[in-house]
Design a protein around this ligand. Sequence first.
Ligand code: HSE
Length: 440
Amino acid sequence: MKPIQVGLLGIGTVGSGTFKVLQRNQEEIKRRAGRGIEITMVADLDQARARAAVGEGVQVVNDARAVIANPDIDIVIELIGGYGVAKQLVLEAIAAGKHVVTANKALLAVHGTEIFAAAHARGVMVAFEAAVAGGIPIIKALREGLTANSIQWIAGIINGTTNFILSEMRDKGLDFGTVLKEAQRLGYAEADPTFDIEGVDAAHKVTLMSAIAFGIPVQFDKAHVEGITKLAAQDIKYAEQLGYRIKLLGITKRKAQGIELRVHPTLVPAKRLLANVEGAMNAVVVNGDAVGTTLYYGKGAGGEPTASAVIADLVDITRLHTADAAHRVPHLAFHPDAMSDLQVLPMAEVVTSYYLRLRVADEAGVLAQVTGLLATAGISIDAVLQREADEVGGEGSTQTDLIILTHDTREGTLDDALAQLQALPTVLAPIVRIRKEELS
Ligand code: HSE
């Protein structure tokens, strides 16, 4: 049988990696897919770059629409990124009856409902293993491997840039700005790292995982998104003294009232495997009612690791494209007419525990005042750490840091209590609040 023909839109690091791995492992991939898979056409505005990546024998064009219009192309790989032209091209490829493979988490997290509906109506597949956690086959695991389970929760380190920065901050005791500059110099962080450091990239990814785990539509606009830019080295140090590490986690949980969907810096017990994922690595923990807790670890970015996921999708499509559409794995794991209407909960309804740091006047009665106010609000304290004033503010200091770990509390209740604490004259600076997850 003649090889299935693939057109590639955008050939940067991942595109080149995909071409290279497909060539290198073509015999084995063919034995698995039952048919050869060949990239025969590439579109890139930088044609010289494209030609250098694929050599002779592959058609290189600068117009992505020429790839979509080519009747010989069966699958289009979209590696352009963003919500703009990429969305238009993906919808056009679907309308032209092409299957689509994409690594574009932003596009699917924001416009997934429209894109999957269009693909369903046209009877084509949109595959996106590479969109979440790079080379880790987490979409496959959630959608197929764990299909027996009622998934309870997912917590993941799904942004390598921020995990690298947090690891360096902890290791070297440096502040965020210094480490960010170093990460950019080493090529770990992009020149414009906003999506990474503000938690947006992780929120795109956890939005997709949440939809697949719980059978809800993709709803990026309902996700709580908080990055690491305000994190102080001091809090990383205090957390460590209390037996925790701070990680930027994407978290989604099934609760009786709805779904929690959030990204924020999180204290994780230092003894958990997730707390020990260092540098630019990714890891995702999934808890299912039957299987218990499972962990997936690997490279979340990079040419060949991401190509590994792209090619897995190509193989899946090659195996399934002649199958009746009803017999394929649904895009979001659940059949489109069997989606859940569980709502994403507002943050005020989220229940978790907290790390609080209060800069207070080092005076008699302050600790009692703070703990008394928390007790009145019904917030139970798990641990308290008070630093010596000299250590915090230098010799003769009259201020100190009070660190409190709470038990599980409704976020809305904590917000009210924090507003009251902040108003106390003995609380001298904005209170730091970091959420904590035991992940047990
Ligand atoms: N920028 C992402 C990261 C990789 O740092 O993990 C692509 O999603």
